[in-house]
Design a protein around this ligand. Structure first.
Ligand code: ATP
Ligand code: MG
Length: 281
């Protein structure tokens, strides 16, 4: 069977990433999971910010298990899942566990096998990664069908998003990215996306799809404080549009044949990263 023939049988896997931290990845991940679940999709959210996990905190979940027991072989991924009341499953990432911040090759393989197996029961698998370009991040993004890059109009967030896209494309052959600009109005969002696009088009062989902006809303901070999700307010409506754009993006049939395929494929990629110093001047 060719990749294209079996592509749509496999669950859709989306990694949510950013260059700079604190830009809203976890906020987008939990709301995307909730919106997809509301539409009847079976959703699994993996907290892949290993060691500094936040998904369970944002959802007000408690539980003993985490990815730690999975990578050590003590438990299967399915046994560590926690149910969010919004109707999706979560694999917590484990907090304060320094040993998880750089998975070994063996641990990656164990986790990949478990993810492959567990993913079969879902329509959509979301992977909320750590910020930056650590090996863990590259591993998770390379295993996904699509990647959502979250950034803000802050110039440091912009340059870090570019760096992430550069490393992923040159080291792991990830060529297509959805981009959302958080904490920005419409004009700032479009401007920021255009800046990212112009440098990426000039120096990288990638394709960027803009899925929209999310304004800064006080309700976001309040919801996070209360460990609840946005509900029936302007912020929720604004966010819903972006999330729907993400869910409406066509499947990438060239990358949807399963997690393991991409991980193994990405290991074979060259490790040369070209330098484009001065790209922003
Ligand atoms: N649209 C928004 N309006 C207001 N505040 C926001 C918005 N988006 C995010 N925030 C604030 O930014 C904080 C960080 O968000 P979040 O934890 O989702 O970021 P992150 O990218 O996952 O961070 P990390 O890199 O640490 O994992 C939130 O606690 C919230 O207070
Ligand atoms: Mg986070």
């Amino acid at each position: 069977m060719t990749i294209v023939e079996n592509a749509l049988d496999a669950p859709r896997v989306i990694a949510i990433s950013s260059g700079k931290g604190g830009v809203g990845k976890t906020f987008f991940s939990v709301h995307l999971a909730a919106q997809a679940a509301k539409q009847g999709l079976k959703v699994l959210l993996l907290d892949a910010d290993l060691g500094l996990a936040n998904v369970d905190v944002m959802l007000g979940l408690s539980g003993q298990g985490s990815v730690k027991q999975v990578v050590s072989g003590e438990a299967s991924l399915k046994d560590m899942l926690v149910k969010a009341k919004q109707g999706f499953d979560v694999l917590p990432g484990g907090s304060g566990l320094a040993e998880l911040t750089a998975l070994s090759g063996v641990q990656q393989q164990v986790l990949m096998n478990e993810m492959q197996d567990a993913a079969k029961a879902y329509d959509l698998v979301l992977i909320d990664t750590a910020a930056g370009i650590s090996d863990n991040v590259l591993f998770f993004v390379a295993s996904a069908e699509s990647t959502l890059v979250v950034l803000t109009p802050d110039p440091t967030s912009l340059t870090d998003a570019y760096a992430l896209i550069k490393v992923l494309s040159q080291q792991r052959d990830v060529r297509r990215f959805m981009v959302t600009i958080n904490q920005a109005d419409k004009v700032d969002g479009e401007l920021t996306f255009r800046r990212l696009l112009s440098v990426s088009d000039r120096y990288l062989d990638v394709h960027l799809d803009y899925v929209g902006h999310m304004a800064r809303h006080e309700e976001v901070r309040q919801a996070i404080q209360k460990q609840t999700l946005l509900h029936h307010n302007q912020a929720a409506k604004d966010l819903e549009k972006v999330l729907q754009n993400i869910l409406n993006q066509p499947r990438d049939t060239s990358r949807s044949s399963g997690l393991q395929f991409f991980w193994q494929h990405s290991l074979g990629q060259g490790l040369n990263v070209e330098n484009h110093e001065g790209a922003w001047v």
